[in-house]
Design a protein around this ligand. Structure first.
Ligand SMILES: C[S@@+](CC[C@H](N)C(=O)[O-])C[C@H]1O[C@@H](n2cnc3c(N)ncnc32)[C@H](O)[C@@H]1O
Length: 332
């Protein structure tokens, strides 16, 4: 990213978020992926002085920028943590206890990476920018992408590329990546991209108007490095438990793997049985109702104005009264 480039992240599905995730007067909001505060600023702009908004992000740079953007807003509290672990964070628990003993009105999860992370070459997320193979959302913790690759066998790397990137050429790509690593030729995002283009040539993909062949492998390694999918379902369960009756959980996903977890988890929490056979062998408590069960997608106008929004989908669950343990209904 050039130093002069403005740091922006256009909040995705913003109109849909504002319309379908309303905050009542004096409402309580938990934003588990604060990012640069795009959704937060727009939501807070519509809320009254009694609103309290807790923003969580694992990325220190995002928190600094969100604070610079809205730090003067006394309604906002920013916490450094992951959305998986924040439930045990003493400051989070204190905020919930003090501000929202009966649960919150809105919990928002806008998954994945921000434009800030993608565009900053030093973070190593993008094959479009040359940078170190890092890819950590929190640069202060965990292994970098290069360190993670160093730990892989050809089989485990291929499995990760297939599982987290749905990459069909996972085996030859994994072999090539490890060959370059063992030859001491794998250091930067461009080196990784070259390892992929050797197997899936970029000009062929361009001619066929396909996505860049590096997309799936970069996504897979990023997901593995940040453990992005491992505890998403548990996070959604915590979030539903943290809502007050009538409160809503909104989850924005950006690829099929995230969306599958969001969809399956919300359906299960809505008491919908998706397993084999027609009915569940156990009764599934019905904790939420699904709002727009198929999820909401961006309009064509949004996709044209902000191409990264193309693959986004918003799924919403609304908290019901007490766990309603009517027999889970078959697949609908
Ligand atoms: C798509 S951006 C959110 C953008 C934000 N809604 C906005 O409008 O500015 C996703 C953010 O979630 C953060 N994030 C991703 N995984 C996380 C996790 N497990 N725990 C906490 N934050 C996470 C990233 O650091 C990033 O800042």
């Amino acid at each position: 990213m050039s130093p002069a480039a403005p740091i922006t992240h256009v909040p995705v599905l913003l109109a849909e978020v504002l319309e379908n995730l309303p905050v009542p007067a004096g409402g309580r909001v938990v934003d588990l992926t604060l990012g640069l505060g795009g959704h937060a600023a727009a939501i807070l702009a519509r809320c009254d002085a009694g609103t309290r908004y807790l923003g969580v992000d694992r990325d220190p740079e995002a928190r600094i920028l969100a604070k610079a953007r809205m730090g003067g807003d006394a309604r906002l509290t920013i916490l450094a943590d992951t959305y998986e672990d924040v439930w045990e964070h003493p400051s989070f628990q204190a905020w919930m206890h003090l501000q929202s003993p009966d649960g919150v009105d809105l919990i928002l999860l806008d998954l994945g990476v921000s434009s800030l992370q993608l565009r900053d070459a030093r973070r190593g997320f993008s094959f479009m920018e040359e940078g170190p193979l890092d890819m950590r959302m929190d640069p202060d913790s965990g292994a970098t992408a290069l360190q993670w690759i160093a730990e892989q066998t050809e089989e485990s790397l291929a499995n990760a590329l297939f599982a987290f990137g749905e990459e069909r050429a996972s085996r030859p790509i994994a072999r090539n990546i490890l060959r370059m690593f063992n030859d001491g030729r794998l250091h930067s995002t461009f080196d990784l991209a070259q390892a992929i283009y050797k197997v899936l040539p970029r000009d062929v993909a361009r001619r066929k108007k396909q996505i860049d062949p590096a997309t799936r492998t970069f996504q897979a390694i990023r997901i593995a490095v940040n453990g992005e999918l491992s505890r998403l379902a548990t996070t959604l369960e915590h979030a539903v438990a943290g809502l007050k009756v009538g409160g809503r959980l909104g989850v924005i996903s950006f690829h099929s793997l995230e969306d599958r977890i969001a969809k399956q988890t919300l359906r299960r929490l809505a008491g919908v049985y998706d397993g084999p056979g027609r009915t569940s062998p156990v009764e599934l408590p019905r904790l939420i109702k699904l709002v727009h069960p198929g999820g909401l997608k961006p309009t064509e106008a949004e996709c044209a104005a902000n191409p990264p929004s193309r693959s986004a989908r918003l799924r919403i669950g609304e908290r019901l009264c007490e766990p309603d343990t009517e027999t889970a209904r078959p697949h609908r």
